[in-house]
Design a protein around this ligand. Structure first.
Ligand SMILES: [Zn+2]
Length: 416
């Protein structure tokens, strides 16, 4: 099979999977849904044709295994998620599973087995659309699933336990918390994923190796001034909470512009009392700060807190800083990433290294084994949107890089 035929097959399969949806005119494939069942069935058929033994685990992850050429070998995990957000694109998730599958098909066509086994994982839930909980699939693989999730209900009142059972799984809390793998049985986990950002496009490159999955701090900031009549209170005597918030929003942008790799976003703002003829007395806003280095992220947050305080003091109002969710950055494993970078170079491209601003199944897998990720260029950096787009040429490069990567791992005899 030519590399071009493999890439075209990946594109066709992403189209087919993109047609399995819970909604007629858009792609919406939640956890344990009938659309998910169709996706798993299709992928299982393709896996079997590629010489893999296929099973669906107790939470609904699809797992295909391609054996090693020697007994007692370690296993390399490849994969990504097969669920989607609402009104999704076709590539976020499925592309990683399909590129992995293409690399196995090519091995199978040559009757070639490697000194390690390969398992492709199609995770049942990464996006958390149905239960507003993320990484259900990969957490079951790593044994970090929280059994309290089983009581969560979806929009129709169906509990996660019921959904798992209806999907043919087993919602036994103990089993769901038990990792299938021991660390020393694994070589690592490698995930191919669309970039979901515009850097590769700007650099005119098809792929990049991921350096780390950025940490994330969420903060709620409340400015409290004084409400008053919009007609009678002179400007000089006002304590306008929204003016303070506006100054702060621009300060956030300025700080992010000054610090390489830092992204900071105010995405929500609520104004109280919120009337056209009333001076805003209280404003609450959300702040999301991310960087691949936790120290930089934490320092930026501290500086922004100081800045908020200065703005408030100058305007004679008060500010309340409430730290919310905090996710630490997850660095990709140096050894595996080095081999991925070498693979990119051997295929003929400079090995650009990029942080991921979005979370991935690799975050969960990092608790069990070494991780590496390969980003593939997507048009305009657009994701979580039907306009998500990748080219067959870039998919060709991704398959070649993954093949080189497997080859480099084989040279090491499947031992890290
Ligand atoms: Zn994804």
């Amino acid at each position: 099979m030519t590399i071009n035929a493999s890439a075209r097959s990946v594109m066709e399969r992403c189209d087919i999977l993109g047609s399995y949806s819970e909604e007629p005119d858009r792609l919406t494939r939640p956890f344990a849904s009938s659309a998910m069942r169709k996706a798993n069935e299709a992928v299982a058929t393709w896996m079997q044709a590629a010489g893999m033994a296929v099973q669906q685990d107790r939470v609904g992850n699809l797992i295909g295994r391609y054996e090693a050429n020697q007994a007692g070998a370690k296993t390399l995990l490849l994969g990504s998620h097969l669920d989607s957000v609402r009104d999704a694109g076709k590539y976020d998730g499925p592309l990683g599973v399909m590129v992995a599958l293409a690399s196995i098909e090519r091995l199978h066509a040559r009757s070639e087995h490697l000194p390690f086994a390969i398992e492709i994982l199609g995770f049942a839930d990464e996006e958390g659309l149905r239960y507003n909980s993320s990484y259900i699939g990969s957490k079951v693989v790593t044994g970090t699933f929280n059994p309290e999730y089983l009581h969560l209900t979806d929009a129709e009142g169906i509990t996660m336990a019921e959904a798992i059972r209806a999907f043919g799984g087993d919602p036994d809390p103990d089993a769901l918390q038990t990792a299938h793998w021991h660390r020393d049985e694994l070589l690592g986990y490698c995930e191919v994923h669309i970039e979901q950002g515009p850097v590769l496009e700007a650099r005119n490159l098809p792929v990049a190796v991921v350096s780390a999955i950025a940490g994330q701090n969420r903060i709620s900031v409340r400015f409290v001034g004084e409400a008053g009549h919009a007609g009678t209170v002179p400007i000089s005597l006002r304590r306008d909470a929204l003016c303070a918030a506006a100054e702060f929003v621009l300060a956030v942008e300025t700080m992010a512009q000054a610090q390489p790799g830092l992204v900071a976003t105010v995405g929500q703002i609520s104004v109280h009392p919120g009337a056209s003829n009333v001076i805003p007395g209280q404003v609450t806003l959300s702040l999301d700060v991310r960087h691949q280095d936790d120290m930089v992220c934490d320092q930026a947050c501290r500086q922004l807190e100081e800045r908020a305080q200065e703005i408030a003091t100058a305007r004679r109002i008060s500010v309340n800083w409430q730290m919310g969710k905090r996710h630490r950055a997850v660095p990709c494993t140096a050894q595996l990433s080095k081999q991925m970078a070498q693979a990119i170079e051997e295929v003929g491209y400079p090995p650009l290294s990029l942080p991921s601003g979005a979370g991935h199944d690799a975050v969960t897998l990092s608790e069990l084994t070494a991780i590496a990720m390969l980003f593939v260029r997507c048009r305009g950096g657009i994701s979580h949107n039907p306009a998500e787009s990748v080219t067959t040429e870039d998919v060709e490069v991704a398959i070649q890089v993954l093949e080189r990567f497997l080859h480099l791992l084989s040279q090491g005899g499947g031992v890290l």
